[in-house]
Design a protein around this ligand. Structure first.
Ligand code: PEP
Length: 250
């Protein structure tokens, strides 16, 4: 049984004060909600405050990115040890905005995934095709290549916390969501690849989230697909009421 996970990616929005104000408004809207796991990815400057404010609640917080080494001369980077030291337990890896604007590669995604596993962080690994790749009929090939590269050298036992997010690049921040059918088809490809790279048990237990313009209006239809185990929500996670509506999908 895969517990659904609804995660909010705040991208480069919200100061620490704004992040805490979000929580003040959000907590009452999700009190007693146990059906889904809820996770927030604030910016690095808000992370410690959000981790503290959510400690002991049903909410968790994670980092939007990290380096794979524990320390070193890497200006601007944050290490897994540093994340663990503030009580952060989750990390987003390979988001398409990192791949697109900051040169994130499959090789680095693999190093980061190994580091997350080593530091007992729950990794949410993002994969997804560009529009041109979909239109050229390469979606399956792209998704399988990204996921297998991420998992290279990782044993089935090491994947027990792994979460995968299918985020078609053409749907992120564009307002055009994948239909539930398109998303479910991609999730089936990814689950098949999990079985090929690891084993059937890993494929069965690993949660695969959908991300790309998820809103209160489309979440219920997406979550009705058995292949879809949750959502990674960008823009619509910035407003407490909107994100709460998503969490309370039908
Ligand atoms: C994201 O940032 O992961 C995302 C899916 O963004 P949006 O919901 O805004 O498309």
């Amino acid at each position: 049984m895969r517990k659904p996970l609804i995660a909010g990616n705040w991208k480069m929005y919200k100061t620490p004060q704004e992040s805490l104000a979000f929580l003040d408004a959000f907590f009452p809207l999700i009190t007693g909600h146990e059906r889904d796991e809820i996770l927030l990815f604030p910016t690095i400057t808000s992370l410690a405050a959000v981790v503290q404010a959510t400690a002991g609640t049903s909410l968790n917080a994670g980092a939007q990115n990290m380096h794979w080494l524990d320390e070193g001369p890497y200006t601007g980077e944050t290490s897994p040890t540093m994340l663990a030291s503030i009580g952060c337990c989750h990390v987003l890896i390979g988001h398409s905005e990192q791949r697109l604007y900051f040169g994130e590669t499959d090789e680095r995604v693999n190093l980061k995934l190994k580091a997350a596993i080593q530091h007992n962080l729950t990794p949410v690994v993002c994969v997804g095709e560009h529009l041109a790749e979909r239109e050229a009929g390469h979606t399956e090939q792209v998704l399988r290549a990204q996921l297998s590269a991420a998992l290279r050298g990782i044993s089935p036992q090491q994947t027990h916390k792994l979460v995968v997010a299918y985020e078609p690049v053409w749907a992120i921040g564009t307002g055009s969501t994948a239909t539930p059918e398109i998303a479910a088809e991609a999730h089936a490809i990814l689950r098949h690849e999990l079985a090929a790279c690891c084993d059937a048990e890993v494929a069965e237990r690993t949660r695969i989230l959908y991300g790309g313009s998820v809103k209160p209006e489309n979440i219920s239809a997406l979550m009705a697909k058995p292949e879809i185990d949750g959502a990674l929500v960008g823009g619509a996670s910035l407003v407490p009421r909107t994100f709460a509506e998503i969490v309370h999908y039908a």
